[in-house]
Design a binder for this molecule. Structure first.
Ligand SMILES: NC(=O)c1ccc[n+]([C@@H]2O[C@H](COP(=O)([O-])OP(=O)(O)OC[C@H]3O[C@@H](n4cnc5c(N)ncnc54)[C@H](OP(=O)(O)O)[C@@H]3O)[C@@H](O)[C@H]2O)c1
Length: 359
């Protein structure tokens, strides 16, 4: 770390549902944490939603990043991660003075993915949230065989609703590696081919009001497993409709209860892998099991990335670094994201007069 860097530029919550750019102190890593110099931050829907829903002032926005380790806490072992290593990871942005839309952040050492040389920071920034969510949906919620344990093809069908989301694209690829023979998904029609290349066998248009019924019919009413990568709006109804009359399990990314008899929904929440207590909106206590699972997922994903076994989606680089976050939020809020990941290069942020930096 540059020993002169005591303060940094960061995107902060205003406390009234807005964001502003300010200079604040560089955070210091705790014993099990590392300080990361953020090179690229990636945007997720949770970023703008949390700014609006949790109106607290002075928290740093942004959950996902790629960067270089600048300092390690006293308990971080050299075999885990070292200063100078290129990593990608996630933090819980907008709820405390630490987040990805900043020049530096502190992150737990167990939830970092080491980057192979061939992968750019721009590409890598999108990996952690999508891959940890996809893993938990497939292997915790639905108890499917891990790719490493998959010796025989898995019979039966899996529905991955919202296959063109960041989470969906990873979920399709992992499900294929696990030996799923039939992977049904939904997207806009122009993305059907792209999802088939990732491993989907059947793709339906999610805007078709009969998509749920059509999936139910094409599986002869036998579908009993789904990952709902949207989990809001009409998808609880659509995904439930696709499932068998006998019921089944839906892995969700936002909380909901299905109104159809016999269907269990199981929520994945990435933040539970960070290892600390948090309020979102209910209180979650630290969960050592989730920490261990997160650590194992990061190790596995590092191997998959090194072997170029994961295909990452295109990125959309918003100009002017952190100054562009307001523009990126508006783009995502109006539903303009279609398969690409919005990212910010921190070095693109222009020097600012901090007297008037409301975004
Ligand atoms: N619980 C967790 O830990 C967790 C983790 C990650 C994400 N999430 C949540 O998961 C959701 C998705 O996040 P993301 O970052 O993966 O999304 P994203 O990449 O921003 O998703 C964009 C894509 O969503 C697709 N889409 C939009 N509406 C759809 C619908 N009704 N049905 C099917 N597909 C639809 C569009 O596909 P087309 O381009 O084909 O139209 C679009 O390309 C968000 O609500 C997010 O907050 C939760």
């Amino acid at each position: 770390m540059d020993s002169e860097a005591k303060t940094m530029t960061a995107v902060l919550t205003t406390g009234s549902g807005g964001i502003e750019l300010r200079r604040i102190a560089v955070p210091q890593p705790g014993p099990e944490q590392v300080l990361v110099k953020v090179i690229v931050a990636a945007q997720n829907p949770t970023d703008w939603k949390t700014v609006i829903n949790f109106k607290r002032k002075g928290n740093v926005v942004g959950c996902e990043f790629a960067g270089v380790v600048a300092l390690v806490g006293e308990n971080v072992k050299a075999e885990e991660v070292q200063v100078g290593q290129r990593v990608t990871g996630c933090v819980h942005g907008s709820i405390k003075p630490n987040g990805a839309f900043a020049e530096y952040l502190v992150a737990p050492s167990h939830l970092l993915i080491k980057l192979p040389d061939h992968l750019s920071f721009e590409q890598a920034a999108q990996v952690t949230i999508a891959s940890t969510t996809a893993y938990c949906c497939l292997y915790q919620a639905l108890s499917l065989p891990l790719p490493s344990d998959s010796t025989t093809p898995v019979t039966g069908s899996l529905l991955i609703w919202g296959g063109n989301t960041s989470v969906g694209r990873l979920t399709i690829q992992l499900a294929k590696m696990s030996g799923l023979q039939r992977i049904i998904s939904t997207s806009s029609p122009q993305n059907f081919d792209s999802l088939r290349k990732l491993g989907a066998t059947d793709v339906f248009d999610y805007r078709d009001p009969l998509a749920g019924e059509k999936i139910h019919l094409c599986t002869s009413g036998s579908l009993c497993m789904a990952v709902d990568c949207i989990s809001e709006g009409t998808t609880p109804y659509q995904v439930s409709t696709a499932l068998s009359a006998a019921g089944g399990t839906i892995a969700t990314v936002n909380p909901y209860v299905s109104r159809k008899n016999g269907i269990e929904t199981i929520l994945t929440l990435v933040y539970t892998m960070l290892g600390n207590a948090f309020e979102f909106p209910i209180v979650y206590e630290p969960d050592p099991r989730q920490v261990e699972i997160g650590k194992r997922i990061c190790q596995t994903v590092a191997v998959l990335l090194a072997g170029q076994q994961i295909q990452l989606g295109p990125v959309k680089i918003i100009p002017r670094g952190l100054v562009g976050v307001a523009e990126g939020f508006e783009f995502m809020k109006r539903g303009a994201v279609t398969g690409e990941k919005i990212v910010y290069r921190i070095a693109d942020t222009p020097a600012l007069d901090f007297i008037d930096a409301v975004l």
